[in-house]
Design a protein around this ligand. Sequence first.
Ligand code: BTN
Length: 272
Amino acid sequence: MSERLPAEFAAALAATDARRRHIGAKVHYFSETSSTNDVAGRYADAGAAEGTVVIASAQTSGRGRLGRTWYSPPGAGLYLSIVLRDRSAAPFLTLAGGVAVVEGVRAATGLPLEIKWPNDVVTRSTNGPAPRRKIAGVLAEASSTAEGLQHVILGIGINLSPAAYPPDVANRASSIEAELGRAVDAGPVLAEVLAALSVELEPLARGESSPLLTRWRALAPSASGTSVECETPGGRLNGVAAGIDESGALLVRVGSRTERIISGEVVWKQAK
Ligand code: BTN
């Protein structure tokens, strides 16, 4: 059973009601759960409406892409999942999640961030030697039956404070508070990310993906012109990123040919 939504979340959500439309109209809060993606999946299987949000203050089995663990200690991060059902939006939800996090964090805190394909939200390039550090990640998980797609659970993890990530990833991760050098309220970050997601979903519901793709490209400068190394089913490949195509696949120039990367691990060898 979900618990009473903490006042800081309730107040921030109330202040963004009109802009969020149905995203977060229903919110289930847990002080601790296994994985908000699993809980949201169960709500979705039981008929939860599009836009239903599950949020937890801690996860015991938070997961990331490629089978990784998403470290989710109490109160240090935002751990949330959104039930989405619109089939036309489904192929673009990972990209929409990344854009929503960048837009929402900026609106709530002023911190500018960037996207690293496909779904990492990282600190902005300073043109100096400091590497970009990961602040947030997006994990979209689809559920289908013989009748087709039933729902997608869009999971978002955002590091609010340095305690949100383990010491062994400290040189690759950061948090909103570490970047800003001050404390931030979780409520406005949650509410603004959901409001930004609502904005990105509107054109997708009409079958229009170009507003999202344009916004994503503007927020992901490293997706063009950066040297990358990709693990693909056909083996390792070295090339230069050449942006995303209309389906969100990363294009990589390898000599005279262009490869489409649809998933997997991409190592960015030279920050742009
Ligand atoms: C990644 O970058 O690897 C994606 C991380 C996604 C983490 C979030 S936290 C909320 C939701 N529940 C999970 O178990 N995972 C996602």
